[in-house]
Design a protein around this ligand. Structure first.
Ligand code: F6R
Length: 591
């Protein structure tokens, strides 16, 4: 039991709304589960337990509200089978109706519970056979672990679309959806692939597919540092990760600045120059902040390569039966490397013969392995639910890629050098902004009482405005919307008033005059204006954050830092749980 509770603790960062444990003991399954934080589960767990097999889960509600009865593990009505399940059983309603017709009783609103009932229904002494049989009739995704009261010391697991990895310990086998839960016990892991099932006992792990074809797989070794449960001197993981950005940037740049040829050195792309030169278009995909960073990266790539480049939400992309072109380079952006929609988009591209590279933080994650090539972000573990240092590192990684592809085309060595210089200067410039945290705290205190806000910008500044708005709404629950500054007068201006501040991205670039006239329009409606700019003064702004200059392509990185602080301190002012915002999960492994 202590191993399970400790493992759940290591997964807390992913966001959840209930937690539970099932233990197998003396021919019985005992389940304890509770809505709320892990502390609430701990309070009701038995003090001592001698069980040698168990499963545990933190749930993030998809089907059915967060509650004790919807929490995992689920038991079938007879108490014979217990399951924990990540993913969605899409044909749960049909399966439930079939079981209900045979008299089965359900106690939760979840799609997952049906799996326990089905396995109990077909079990005839062999748990693995029963799980295989049931999964052949399941439509949907699963990372599944199953206990049966009559199979002591045995756990059966299965994977389709949701990560599952086996930790090979000394005289023990562990299983988890995230390496962070295993690392305290072993670094030897076996990744289960889609369509595979496995029977685990303390000493053995037997992997096969649903048709019982056996698979032999060697264990891989996890990196020594995974998930960092320590906030250090910082009050929150969010602040810790904002503060780690200079080092994170050094991590993504390390060994990748090629001064000899004024380009980037990207060893993981696994593509020959001839293949890289054949691409006529670049398409980036991701979800949430990863998608927003991709919109800014697309602009960098387009500018330096003069190839059309754009970004799209991975979920939208995969559902519109996309045309996959052989001369398009696809890039999948993901911190966790486990986001279901991004993974599904990668698989759709590969199925149609396209080339897709991963821009991923977590080494060995599903998207990284599925792509097989790409650029690792090397931001270190990101624990807070909202992404901060990964966003910055994604922009730096995409700038490196833009430079690399650009230098194969028309970017001159001198221009390449300028970008390399600017990249090299970034960590210290970001540190300079971190040193101004007090200024940003005061700014946030001044604006935290508003209940709505606009964020505006143009070009990459619009991408940044979207990220600033997303960050603010995620952690402070202030309703924040982003618009291209040019769109204001086409509608959003209607809501500008003294109670609606606008945060404006105003770089000193070709569009400065246009941006200043947008600010004048807002001021004319008595809207408060906060500008993030290179300029030392802006008459139209009520408050101004002046950021250092960089290469124009890298401006978004430096302009982002004050927006991160704004969200962080506004959340604190409003008494919000900044590391674990309501309703959100760190890594969304369901559709
Ligand atoms: C926002 C945030 C999310 C993630 C999104 C994708 O702060 O963290 O929007 O960016 O869920 O996650 P990854 O990058 O793991 O694919």
């Amino acid at each position: 039991m202590p191993i399970l509770v400790e493992g759940l603790g290591r997964l807390e960062y992913r966001g959840y709304d209930s937690a539970g444990i099932a233990l197998q003991r003396k021919g019985r399954l005992e389940v304890v589960k509770k809505r709320g934080r892990l502390g609430e589960l701990r309070a009701v767990l038995p003090k001592r337990h001698t069980a040698t097999a168990g499963i545990a889960h933190t749930r993030w509600a998809t089907h059915g509200e967060p509650s004790d009865r919807n929490a995992h593990p689920h038991l079938d009505a007879s108490g014979a089978v217990s399951i924990v399940h990540n993913g969605i059983v899409e044909n749960a309603a049909v399966l439930r109706a079939g079981l209900a017709a045979k008299g089965a009783v359900f106690t939760s609103d979840t799609d997952s519970e049906v799996l326990a009932a089905l396995i109990a229904d077909v079990f005839a002494g062999d748990l693995l056979a029963a799980v295989r049989h049931v999964l052949c009739g399941v439509v949907g995704t699963y990372g599944l672990a199953v206990l049966h009261r009559d199979c002591p010391g045995e756990i059966v697991i299965a994977r389709n679309g949701s990560p599952v990895l086996i930790g090979v310990g000394e005289r023990e086998m562990l299983v988890a959806s995230d390496a962070a839960a295993l690392i305290a016990h072993t670094r030897q892991v076996i990744y289960l692939e889609d369509g595979e099932v496995a029977r685990l006992t303390a000493r053995e792990c037997h992997i096969s597919d649903l048709a019982a074809n056996v698979t032999q797989r060697e264990a891989a070794t996890l990196p020594a540092v995974i998930g960092d449960g320590d906030k250090g001197p910082h009050a929150h993981f969010t602040l810790k990760e904002i503060s780690e950005q200079p080092d994170a940037l050094r991590g993504v740049l390390r060994g990748r600045l090629d001064r000899r040829f004024s380009t980037a050195r990207l060893g993981g792309l696994n593509l020959e120059p001839r293949q890289l030169m054949a691409f006529r278009r670049v398409k980036l995909l991701g979800c949430g902040s990863a998608y927003l960073s991709a919109t800014i990266g697309a602009a960098m790539i387009e500018q330096l390569t003069r190839l059309p480049a754009d970004a799209e939400s991975a979920a939208e992309f995969r559902y519109r039966n996309p045309i996959i072109e052989a001369d398009t380079l696809y890039l999948a952006v993901s911190q966790s490397g486990e986001t279901f929609d991004t993974l599904a988009a990668v698989q759709e591209i590969q199925r149609k013969g396209g080339t897709v590279l991963g821009i991923v933080n977590v080494v060995g994650s599903t998207i990284a392995r599925q792509c097989g090539a790409g650029i690792y972000l090397h931001a270190g573990p990101e624990v807070a639910v909202v992404s901060t240092k990964t966003f910055t590192n994604t922009l730096a990684a995409l700038a490196l890629l833009a430079l690399f592809l650009g230098r194969m085309r028309d970017v001159s060595p001198a221009e390449g050098e300028r970008l390399l210089d600017a990249l090299e200067a970034l960590p210290d410039q970001v540190q300079g902004l971190l040193d101004r945290a007090d200024e940003f705290r005061r700014l946030a205190a001044r604006y935290a009482h508003y209940n709505r806000a606009y964020f505006i910008g143009r070009g990459a500044g619009y991408g940044l405005a979207r990220e600033g708005a997303l960050k603010l709404k995620e952690v402070s629950y202030i309703h924040a919307e982003a618009y291209p500054a040019s769109e204001l007068k086409h509608g959003p201006l209607a809501l500008v008033d003294p109670d609606t501040p606008t945060f404006a991205i105003v770089p000193d670039d070709d569009l400065l005059a246009k941006n200043l006239s947008s600010l004048a329009e807002i001021k004319a409606r008595r809207g408060p204006v906060v500008a993030i700019s290179h300029l030392a003064s802006i008459g139209e702004a009520d408050a101004l954050v002046t950021v250092p200059r960089s290469h124009p392509l890298l401006d978004p990185i430096l302009m982002l830092v004050p927006l991160q602080f704004l969200a962080y301190y506004a959340a604190l002012e409003r008494g919000c749980d900044v590391d674990r915002p309501r309703n959100l999960a760190k890594s969304v492994t369901v559709e």
